[in-house]
Design a binder for this molecule. Structure first.
Ligand SMILES: [Fe+2]
Length: 247
C-alpha cells in the first residue's frame, strides 16, 4: 500500500525526532503492508528560512539510503504538507515547496478552527495552473465538522480530499469520526493516509482501517487506499464519482 501523508523525515517537524525513529516508523509501515511513503513534513510560510524543498529532498535521500542498508523494503518519496496561505502560488513558482512526488497534487493543510478567506480563490488559481489541491484531514476542521457541505462544494469544484486513518478510529474524538464517515458516505474522500508522527502513538499503519472501510464498501476501499494513491504518485488523473453510497 501507499501512504501519501506521513511525517517520517527526521528532525523536520513534530514528526520523527531522529533517524532511528524514522527507521522504526518505516519498519512498522513495512510490516503493515505499506511499501511506499510520501514524506510530508509541515511547511509553514514563516519557517521558510529553516525548511525548504532542498532540505526535504536531501533528507529523503538519506532515509532511503539507510533503509537500503538495513534491508527495509520501503521506499520514501518527497512531498510536503503546506499550510494554507495566499503565498502558495509564489512558493510553487520559486520551487520553495514540493508537490506530492513531484506530481500535479499539492497537499494543503487548513487551520483547525477556521477556513481562511483566501481558500476558494487559491484553489481556483492552483487549478488554473494545473495543480490539484488535496486537502489534508478536513474532517478535523471545526467549521467543516459543523457543516460538511463545505467539503462537498470543494469536491464539486475538483478539489481532492484526504482523511486520516486515526479520524475513522476515533483518535480525534467522536465528532471528527462522524464527519469522516459523512464524507465517506458522500463519496467525498479520495485518499486515506496515516498522517503518522511517531512509532508509538500516531503510527504508520493503515491495514486495520482498510479492512474496516472494505467491510463497509469494497469498491470505495480499493479506490481510496489502493488505486487513487497509485494514480497520485504516478501523476495520473483521479477518477471522480459523485454518487453517495450505502454504509
Ligand atoms: Fe500531517
Amino acid at each position: 500500500m501507499i501512504d501519501i501523508h506521513c511525517h517520517i523525515l527526521p528532525g523536520m517537524d513534530d514528526g520523527a525526532h531522529n533517524l532511528d525513529i524514522s527507521i522504526e516508523m518505516c519498519r512498522i509501515a513495512g510490516y503493515d503492508g505499506i511499501k511506499t511513503i510520501i514524506a510530508t513534513p509541515h511547511y509553514f510560510p514563516e519557517q521558510k528560512e529553516t525548511k525548504n524543498a532542498d532540505m526535504v529532498l536531501k533528507q529523503v535521500k538519506v532515509l532511503n539510503r539507510e533503509l537500503k542498508l538495513k534491508n527495509i523494503d520501503v521506499m520514501v518519496l518527497s512531498g510536503m504538507e503546506v499550510f494554507i496561505c495566499d503565498e502558495i502560488i509564489g512558493l510553487l513558482d520559486s520551487k520553495e515547496i514540493l508537490t506530492l512526488n513531484n506530481s500535479r497534487y499539492l497537499l494543503i493543510e487548513l487551520p483547525l478552527f477556521s477556513i481562511p478567506l483566501c481558500t476558494q480563490e487559491l484553489f481556483y488559481k492552483l487549478m488554473i495552473k494545473g495543480i490539484v489541491p488535496v486537502i489534508a484531514h478536513p474532517e478535523r476542521n471545526s467549521c467543516i465538522i459543523n457543516n460538511p457541505g463545505i467539503v462537498l462544494e470543494y469536491v464539486h469544484r475538483g478539489v481532492l480530499i484526504q482523511i486520516d486513518t486515526g479520524s475513522l478510529k476515533g483518535e480525534f474524538g467522536q465528532k471528527v469520526k462522524k464527519t469522516a464517515k459523512t464524507l465517506l458516505k458522500n463519496k467525498s474522500v479520495h485518499f486515506m493516509a496515516t498522517d503518522a508522527h511517531n512509532a508509538n502513538t500516531r503510527t504508520p499503519q493503515i491495514s486495520e482501517t482498510f479492512k474496516y472501510v472494505k467491510h463497509l464498501n469494497k469498491e470505495l476501499a480499493e479506490s481510496i487506499f489502493l488505486t487513487n494513491p497509485f494514480f497520485l504518485i504516478n501523476n495520473q488523473a483521479i477518477p471522480s464519482d459523485n454518487n453517495s453510497i450505502d454504509m
